[in-house]
Design a protein around this ligand. Structure first.
Ligand code: NAD
Length: 438
């Protein structure tokens, strides 16, 4: 299959590289000339483990190429995937579909033969219908059809998720398009039977939002249970284990922490709320989740301040991890942003270290001092706060930390240290959802 991928962000670049690795011929298109320039030199515009090797080998094999010229990229394609951003629209929280529609217009004008346009971006119900209207207006006789194929990969594990997904969801309205999609994903079923679920296009669009909203609810649920644990002397990790062993609940997404962030859950929960409200069927559980999560991020800043005795003016606080989760450089809606804000508002000086996120974090956190490692950040600090659980923070030399910290306080917002381990090293520790002397 000849595939064009519009947008070389986290989703487009990973999907394009993986499709080419399956043996398809893929052209990745981006209007950001800087990104395409870097890709031509095999410099990845994002941090994603394994991506550089995957891209390099497929470029070398002649199956993967990059261009800024959309018309050139799509002209011979059997399928054109749209993987551009769909951020929250400023002001009202609806998904901003301007990039999707602009891409659809360009694609419709550029295609020279029948093809399937596949929306991989996360888009609200009915977007496929609108893309169809755009095509009817610009290229009514080219034999172009529209399919929905939402993406479920997780940043940080994106290649593995793409190649071995729990399922692939495809929303189609005609058999010929379904056949093209079957052919594109055939290598997956050969691999290890990743089920491809064919549904209607609107259903497919809604599946993506329902999935993300459900996961956001699950995280927020355990976060609230964590708060309750702290009040009643219970341990949230044991509660999570105890409920997660029930197959109906499952153990994943039950890690209490500083609240969800990232480029998907915040914007997708908001967009789902808007779609639901527009259709007079409000999703109250999701609304509550969004409220609770928003409040939680800043509350984590207050938790640090409380652990430090309530006054942090002119105190130095060391933060480890800034990205919204490990193994990515993505800072979009990261809890660290609200935490830093709360600490700085209270007069603290924040020093931080993140293994991959510094470049994206700098413009968002202009008053933070960036450090080159965890020990440099901790030097002379009045508290050490773990915000994102990068692997390299899991086995810190806590005894060394004790000697370099000004105050021996560890606030572990990801529960990666058993409290006793920290105490054995001479540190006072505050975790999430644990009894005071766990
Ligand atoms: P991104 O912002 O990283 O990348 C989007 C890219 O599209 C940018 O490089 C931009 O320059 C390019 N672009 C925009 N308009 C273009 C046009 N007309 N022609 C060519 N290029 C164009 O976005 P992302 O994180 O990859 O997300 C893309 C979509 O996938 C979103 O809808 C998102 O919700 C969804 N999604 C993201 C993830 C994730 O983990 N990031 C997971 C699943 C789904």
């Amino acid at each position: 299959m000849r595939i064009a991928m519009i947008g070389t962000g986290y989703v487009g670049l990973v999907s394009g590289a993986c499709f080419s690795d399956f043996g398809h011929s893929v052209v990745c298109v981006d209007k950001d000339a800087g990104k395409i320039d870097r890709l031509h030199q095999n410099i990845m515009p994002i941090y994603e483990p394994g991506l550089d090797t995957l891209v390099a080998s497929n470029v070398k094999a002649g199956r993967l190429s990059f261009t800024t010229d959309l018309a050139e990229g799509v002209k011979d394609a059997d399928a054109v995937f749209i993987a551009v951003g769909t951020p929250s629209r400023r002001g009202d929280g609806h998904a901003d579909l301007s990039y999707v529609y602009a891409a659809a217009e360009e694609i419709a004008a550029a295609l020279t033969k029948p093809a399937v346009i596949v929306t991989k971006s996360t888009v609200p119900v009915g977007t496929g219908d609108e893309v169809e209207r755009i095509i009817a207006r610009i290229a009514p006789d080219k034999g172009i059809t529209v399919v929905s194929n939402p993406e479920f990969l997780r940043e940080g594990a994106a290649i593995e998720d793409f190649k071995r997904p729990d399922r692939v969801v495809v929303g189609v309205e005609d058999e010929a398009s379904a056949e093209v999609m079957r052919e594109i994903y055939r290598p997956l079923s050969l691999n290890q039977a990743a089920p491809v679920l064919f549904v209607g296009r609107r259903t497919s669009e809604l599946i993506k939002y329902a999935a993300n909203a459900f996961l956001a609810v699950k995280i927020t649920f355990i976060n609230e249970i964590a708060d309750l644990c702290e009040q009643v002397g219970a341990d949230v990790q044991q509660v999570a284990r105890g409920i997660g062993m029930d197959n109906r609940i499952g153990p994943k997404f039950l890690h209490a922490g500083p609240g969800y962030g990232g480029s998907c859950f915040p914007k997708d929960t908001l967009a789902l709320m808007k779609t639901a409200a527009d259709n007079d069927t409000p999703v109250r559980i999701v609304e509550a989740t969004v409220q609770v999560n928003d409040a939680r991020k800043r509350a984590m800043g207050r938790k640090v301040i409380k652990a430090m005795g309530g006054d942090v003016r002119d105190k130095k606080i060391a933060l480890l991890g800034l990205t919204f989760k490990p193994n990515t450089d993505d800072m979009r809606d990261a809890p660290s942003i609200s935490i830093v804000q709360a600490l700085e508002d209270a007069g603290a000086k924040v020093h931080a270290y993140d293994p991959e996120g510094e470049e994206q974090a700098r413009p968002l956190l202009p008053n933070v001092t960036f450090c080159t490692g965890p020990y440099e950040a901790a030097e002379g600090a009045d508290a050490l706060v773990i915000v994102t659980e990068w692997d390299e923070f899991r086995a810190l030399d806590l005894k060394r930390m004790k000697t370099i910290l000004n105050q021996p306080l560890l606030v572990d917002l990801r529960n990666i240290y058993p409290p006793q381990l920290a105490r054995d090293a001479g540190l006072e520790i505050v975790s999430v959802g644990k009894p005071a002397q766990a």
